[in-house]
Design a protein around this ligand. Sequence first.
Ligand SMILES: Cc1cc2nc3c(=O)[nH]c(=O)nc-3n(C[C@H](O)[C@H](O)[C@H](O)COP(=O)(O)OP(=O)(O)OC[C@H]3O[C@@H](n4cnc5c(N)ncnc54)[C@H](O)[C@@H]3O)c2cc1C
Length: 302
Amino acid sequence: MYDIIIIGAGPAGMTAAVYALRADKTVLLIERGAFGGQMTFSPNIENFPGTVSASGSEIADKMVEQVINLGGEFELGEVTGIRDNGDTKTVIADCGEYEARAVVIATGVKHRMLGLDGEDELIGDGISFCAVCDGAFYKNKDVAVIGGGNSALQEAILLSDVCKSVTVIQNLDRLTGEGRLQKVIAEKSNVKVITSTVVTEYLKDSGAFCGVRVKNTGSGQETDIRADGVFVAIGLIPENGIFSELTELDARGYFASGEDCTTKTAGIFVAGDCRAKRIRQVATACADGAVAALSACEYLDK
Ligand SMILES: Cc1cc2nc3c(=O)[nH]c(=O)nc-3n(C[C@H](O)[C@H](O)[C@H](O)COP(=O)(O)OP(=O)(O)OC[C@H]3O[C@@H](n4cnc5c(N)ncnc54)[C@H](O)[C@@H]3O)c2cc1C
């Protein structure tokens, strides 16, 4: 029996572990993929305080080391559900069933992808999902943004202040982001919008990303757009459905929990990108991890 089981070993989960372990709780982290979560896709993180510049994997390794040094345990496996037994919870995973007195769910989000060949290998090496995180790496360069909703337009506006040119590629015949954002985009001289166009291929030159091949959905005509980087902004996918009986989800599938990271089930807490929030970053995930862990400790100590 553990005091706290944490599902997901991204920055939210690992920060929760550090805080819980330092409060003398026993902790198991269950992770189905890379210890470190999404940030392990990033070759360079420059906005995490205390880290001038480091790859996401380097930051993740330090977090893992810190958790292990404090006595935390890790299991590699996919959690498929939680059984609420009242004062205890059973976490069901493909690697076994584990008992705890409290659970922190820190399962993050997945970025929706186009599903094109070679896409996974280009993440962090041509393909990005976050202008706040990676925009500075494309200073005075040409970039493309895929998508036409609010996120895509916000990414394009941020990038237009840094990059030489920004091409917004939208599959529909119009942008779907708010009119206010469309107006800002229209006033930007270095932003070009191409509608009714889908990306059909990521282009490479000597193995390095160099642009995208696009196809007009009306005429079928294909064109190559040269770009130093492409920002994919076609949506995020929270995968919280398996926990929906014990928590409340908002209309987009995020945990509808407030800043205290509690849920409708006593003893179950949520943290990080999986929670409804405006800014999804390493720093905000860590902040949630700290809050969720301390809320869990308070619950256990009552
Ligand atoms: C390419 C890229 C670059 C980025 N660059 C930056 C940057 O420069 N600065 C910055 O601040 N942010 C950056 N971010 C965003 C940042 O990485 C995220 O905001 C942060 O990782 C969120 O942390 P999290 O712990 O909430 O979730 P995640 O990092 O998504 O971690 C959740 C973990 O839970 C695991 N998981 C999910 N479901 C299950 C399950 N059922 N069972 C077991 N495990 C499960 C996942 O495998 C994952 O490892 C970047 C993101 C990407 C993709």
